[in-house]
Each structure stands twice: as C-alpha cells, then as structure tokens.
Write a protein that binds this ligand. Structure first.
Ligand code: SAH
Length: 352
C-alpha cells in the first residue's frame, strides 16, 4: 500500500539539514549545496528554475518537498519616502507584515517572527491584536527572500522588529540566523542583523551563548520597574534588573554595544528623573539610545491605558536627547518612516 508522506518544506533548513534531506531521498549530498544556492542566493520560487539540477530530480523534489512558505498578498509604498510594506499570507492563511525602509546609504528590512504577539505592550499595535502562532524559520527567512526579490535596491540591514517577540520564538529565530551566518549565503552578514527584544532575560543569555554574534536591541521604554510593568506587562515576569544582568552578559560575550529603544511617552518616561536613570544605566552597559517618536495607535481604536498615551513633542524629544548628550550618552532620534501607510514602528497589525 502506498503511504502518503508529508512534503518537506525546504526553506528554513540549514545546509547540514538540507544534506540530511537529500540523503533521506537517496540523493548525493552535493545536491544540497546546489539547492541551497538556488533557494537562498538566487531566490528561486520554483524547482524548475534550478537549471543545474536534472529534470528528473526536479520532479522528485516537487513530489517530496515544498519550496515556498509565503505568498505576497499585497504591498503598499509610502509616497513620502519609498518605505514599502508587504502583507504576506502563510500557507495556512495567516497574515504577517514586513517593511523595507530605504535610506540614503542603507536599506533596512524589518521582519516579523510571530503572527501577532503575546506581550500586550500598551503602546504597540501588534500587542493589541493578540497572538496566534510562531513563524517557522522558513517563514522568517522567506520574508527576506521575497522582499528582496521585489525591491529594486539591495537590502543591507535586517532588524527583527516587526510583529512578535523573537526571543519567544527562539529556536526558529536562531535557525533563521544560522542561515544568514552560513558561509555560502550571500548578501547579509550577521553584523548587519539586529534582534530586538522586550526582555526575555534567560533567552538573552542563551542568545549570547549561541555563538551567533548578532546586534541586540532592548526595548527599554522606562528605567523604573513599576512604570515599565504598567506599559509592558512582561516586565512582571522578567523584571528590568534581571534583563540588565543578561544584557551585561551579552555585552561581555559579544563585545557589541547594546541599543536601547525608548518610545517617548508624554509624562510617563520623558521626565528629569528619566534622564538621570538613563545616564546611570548607560554607564553600566556600553550602549546607545534610540529615542523613538510614539506612533499613533488610532487606527486600532485602542481602549484603556493604550488610548491615554500621548506622544512627547518633537521639540521635547530633541531637548531630552541633548540633555543626555551633555552627559556623554550616545543618542539617536529615530525618524518616523512610513506612517502614512501604517508601516511605522509599532503600527503593524492585522485583524484575524
Ligand atoms: N518584541 C520586540 C520586537 C517588536 S517591537 C521588542 O519589543 O523589541 C519593535 C520596536 O517598535 C520596539 O522598540 C517597540 O518598542 C517599538 N514600538 C512599538 N510600538 C510603537 C509605537 N506605537 N510607536 C513607536 N515605536 C513603537
């Protein structure tokens, strides 16, 4: 009797895993190198594109394996600065978003790691939509392949700052990084990849031990535990002090400066005492601070605390930055990109 086997999704496999797959279908290992190159470098979307693979093997692959993990549902481009938002469907019909942000000297891709997010940060649109599932390593990596294929400049930087908390989808996030790290993979080195986390302290340490030397951004938003817990409920489980220990550990292991992200919220975290605490914190950990103008959540019809949050004015953000600089803190004020298409930080959300 014929047994029906499930097709093996190939995107998301590392080179070693791909070799194991070819052995499992009685093919030589070197085929893995060829297919790896077609998938991840040529960004092939069908086995028929793989010209140095024989027709019979291409047919065999079509029978036993799956290549694509995502489909482009729609795209929107900002008329202000060319920021392009991609809406993808996973094979089972979930929707996720990625954003490509072109600047003068670099092009940054912001990609998602989960469908929705379980963290419920009060200032973030994704938090308001709830959580559905972890993305597979293939679905994470495919966002890079498909956005690059559909963008006319080369992507130079990748930030894991879209929907979801990467460190709560730890294995798949790591696997996607391993593919970027693989010597054969062209285009992006791990030095140009940033993982952003709301602070899952034990996983920050695990990431430090993984040998994957990515840059780490920490969504700080307040140096005061009670205020941080109010706007980021995950702080109850992994308080700031535990995360600070983990970040120090990360720095010691990797010697890359930590980026603190700080969404500016009027009256909540833009006060004099916030400046003092930020100065103290950045003295303890080699780091820089990104001040982020708070992007409106109005398109989500927020309720409760989320509806009460007010952006700090641009002038006040600049003053806050300058005060920090007077204490020799490295500070950047982030430009808001793609607000006209709801593609700015913290605006990614889809109705399930
Ligand atoms: N879960 C991860 C990655 C997603 S959030 C994390 O928390 O870091 C990515 C960045 O967008 C974070 O720094 C987050 O604080 C910021 N952000 C979220 N909502 C925002 C909003 N409404 N306006 C501006 N930035 C926001």
């Amino acid at each position: 009797m014929e047994t029906k086997t499930k097709k093996m999704p190939l995107k998301g496999l590392t080179l070693d895993e791909l070799k194991d797959f070819f052995v499992s279908i009685d093919e030589p290992k070197f085929r893995a190198t060829q297919v790896f190159n077609w998938m991840y470098n040529h960004k092939a979307v069908s086995f028929d594109e793989m010209l140095n693979v024989s027709k019979s093997l291409r047919e065999k692959l079509a029978e036993f394996a799956l290549l694509n993990t995502l489909e482009i549902h729609s795209t929107k481009t900002s008329s202000q600065n060319g920021t392009k938002k991609f809406l993808f469907s996973t094979l089972e019909g979930n929707k996720i978003e990625s954003v490509v942000i072109p600047e003068l000297k670099r092009v940054t891709l912001c990609l998602s790691t989960q469908v929705g997010c379980p963290l419920d940060c009060k200032f973030c649109a994704t938090g308001l939509m709830g959580y559905k599932k972890n993305l597979t390593a293939g679905e994470i990596f495919d966002q890079y392949l498909l956005t690059q294929k559909n963008f006319d400049r080369p992507i130079t930087n990748i930030v894991y700052m879209g929907m979801g908390e990467p460190l709560l989808n730890f294995q798949n996030t790591l696997k996607s990084l391993e593919i970027f790290k693989e010597e054969m993979t062209k285009g992006i080195s791990l030095k140009k990849v940033t993982i952003s986390t709301a602070g899952i302290a034990p996983k920050i340490k695990e990431l430090a031990d993984s040998g994957l030397k990515v840059r780490l951004a920490f969504s700080l938003h307040s140096c005061f535990e009670p205020i941080r817990s109010k706007i980021m409920p995950i702080n109850e489980k992994y308080p700031l002090r535990e995360n600070i220990e983990a970040l120090k550990y990360y720095y010691e292991k990797n010697k890359t400066r930590i980026t603190f992200e700080y969404v500016m919220l009027k009256g909540l975290n833009d006060r004099e005492e916030d400046i003092n605490m930020l100065v103290k914190l950045t003295k303890r950990i080699p780091s820089k601070i990104n001040l982020i103008p708070f992007n409106s959540l109005q398109h989500m019809n927020p309720i409760g605390l989320s509806s009460e949050l007010i952006p700090t004015t641009r002038k006040k953000i600049e003053d806050f930055a300058n005060r920090l600089r007077s204490f020799n803190v490295t500070v950047m004020v982030r430009d808001t990109q793609g607000e006209d298409i709801n593609a700015a930080c913290g605006q990614l959300a889809i109705k399930f």
